[in-house]
Design a protein around this ligand. Sequence first.
Ligand SMILES: [Zn+2]
Length: 300
Amino acid sequence: MNQSLFFTLDTHYQDTAGLIAVHVIPHAQGLALIDCGPGVTLPVVLRALAARGYTPAHVTDVLLTHIHLDHAGAAGWWAQQGARIHVHPVGAPHLLNPEKLLASAQRLYGDAMDQLWGAFLPAPSERVLIHSDDEVFAIGGQEFRALYTPGHAEHHIAYLWQAVCFSGDVGGVRAGGLNHVRLPTPPPEVHFEKWRASIARLRAADFQFIAPTHFGVYAKDAHFDLLERSLDAIVKWLETEMPGEPSQEIFRRDFGALLEALARADGYTPEQMKIVEAAGGATVMSADGIYRYWKKYRAA
Ligand SMILES: [Zn+2]
């Protein structure tokens, strides 16, 4: 792949390299960002752009894969600077009026909310652009395709550009360039059957490289193999764990042990496992997302 065609900024989220990426595509009129990181990492992103000779005015477009805070937190700020924000129609109202989104995040993160994520400003409506499924659109002479890809979140879009798929979270979490892919499964919209269908759809799509927001660029097929292996392992584990009707506490504990075993099986050192843990979000949150999925869709 011609790496000079796009580049990746590291937001150094929580002073850690390789957790949250902002992928950047230069085009005829400036720059398009794929996801923009949370509000709290905006100064790092601006410094990284400045180091390459860019000002905020160069950023014409921000393509959001979904509106979780680690991907979209800074979008309102960019919109207020004049950038167009691309988003799934279900995500758009939350960009215009973030109150509801922030209230539900506040319930998850409590007092740590501001320190963890920073400001999430509202976007002016005239700057928010929605895409239909499979829509092809152009930015500064570069062609993109938006693919609806639920499973991690209902309103998730993967963007295809040249030989690359910017997969947000539906392509899983892969930290440190290692051969292990973790499923980010926070509540409330995790749905494994939809996730599998999205993976199948992406596998069938025409691209060679996958660029998850967490983190890097990888060859397509081998990456999806790793992702599906993790998905299969979790579903198989659920089918043995859930008939025992574990409490949420026991479920969290056992799920943590499963994730650790999966990472160890892929050869992770304890040090590397800390990185994966941080990139994949808290184990407790991932456990709760899966527990909710089971109770809602599988228990009946
Ligand atoms: Zn997410």
